[in-house]
Design a protein around this ligand. Structure first.
Ligand code: SF4
Ligand code: SF4
Length: 330
């Protein structure tokens, strides 16, 4: 029987790293200890969010919480938000200042894109998430707990700790459960348009549709470890692999785009210098098909159409960056 987290106004979730690195553990514990002293705040320490199955005790506890959440984890903020979402922990993204490129000011009220920004319906337009706010902080952006505690206090509207006042914080609870390392795609439903390209592309049965014909990652553990191929064919750059080494694929935010990501690994030698993303995706898929003892299929009709569509697009940021590098003769 799972007992619910106390009904305070905010829960701070500390998602532990996959390794037992003592420095990481120390930062996690220091954040939990400091935040646990803030009035009205409960702290829940859970294993690495991405590795947890939906049926885990951690997600059962998290799903039962209806108020605001602040989540600290070792993956990009955007990745953490959509990992939570796919496991039934849904809400509105509240942007955090920590890790923003230029310490930009937080938007005044509404973080959602405006009507004008949206040319087509995205899944969250059709299926709005609950109003409560979820703020995700990326633990990779600093090496000390104080930085995160300061940002959490700012998000809470809480003053700096006063040593003259008694400690009247909420509970600190740690969920101990075994997890293994996993690899699967996570969909950013603020970007996804339900176009089904990923369903057609993946030949390993990872994607499916629900009863309402909406895309879902149906068999996440069918995904081939290390394969990021479908993230390259998604027209909205909505597919995230939180553990991929390229930040753009792992869920890093990029400036000034509605869905476009510049993957610098495409430019600097990986996977291959002259491939376009579609050709790279086809090759990565073939590698996995061969490893699974199946036949490679290369660039099929679906992918050819995508290449033609891409070629007809106006020049975008990635093309301009490639052109400028060519001009520099790097
Ligand atoms: S390809 Fe991208 S936009 Fe299309 S359904 Fe899949 S995740 Fe959504
Ligand atoms: S990464 Fe490869 S195996 Fe995994 S879902 Fe995408 S195409 Fe399928």
């Amino acid at each position: 029987m799972i007992s619910a987290v106390k009904n305070n106004t905010t829960t701070v979730v500390v998602s532990q790293g996959q390794s037992r690195n003592p420095q990481k553990r120390a930062i996690e514990q220091a954040i939990a200890d400091a935040v646990g002293k803030i009035e009205g705040v409960d702290v829940l320490i859970v294993p690495h969010l991405y590795d947890l199955p939906k049926s885990s005790e951690s997600f059962a506890l998290l799903s039962a919480i209806e108020h605001d959440l602040i989540v600290v984890s070792w993956i990009y903020s955007r990745a953490a938000h959509w990992v939570l979402d796919r496991n039934g922990v849904q809400g509105q993204i509240r942007q955090v200042l920590l890790g923003q490129a230029d310490d930009v000011d937080e938007p005044a009220n509404d973080d959602s894109p405006t009507e004008d920004d949206r040319q087509v319906d995205h899944v969250t337009d059709l299926f709005p998430r609950p109003e409560r706010k979820i703020s995700c902080l990326d633990l990779k952006v600093a090496n000390d707990a104080d930085t995160f505690v300061h940002e959490i206090r700012r998000l809470l509207g809480s003053q700096e700790e006063s040593t003259s006042l008694p400690v009247i914080g909420g509970s600190i609870r740690q969920v101990e459960e075994q997890t293994g390392r996993r690899w699967y795609p996570v969909i950013d439903f603020d970007r996804c348009t339900n176009c089904m390209e990923c369903v057609d592309f993946c030949l390993f049965g990872v994607y499916g549709v629900d009863q309402g014909e909406n895309i879902l990652v149906e068999q996440p553990d069918n995904c081939r470890k290390g394969c990021p191929a479908c993230s390259r064919v998604c027209p909205e750059n909505a597919i995230i692999f939180p553990q991929h080494k390229a930040p753009a694929i792992a869920g890093a935010e990029t400036e000034g785009d509605e869905g476009f990501k510049i993957d610098l690994s495409q430019l600097f030698g990986a996977p291959t210098k002259d491939d376009d993303p579609i050709a790279t995706a086809a090759r990565e898929r073939d590698e996995q098909l061969l490893l699974a003892g199946r036949d490679a299929i290369g660039i099929n009709d679906q992918l050819k159409k995508r290449q033609i569509d891409n070629a007809n697009q106006p020049k975008d940021q990635l093309d301009e960056l490639i052109d400028s590098l060519d001009a520099s003769d790097l």
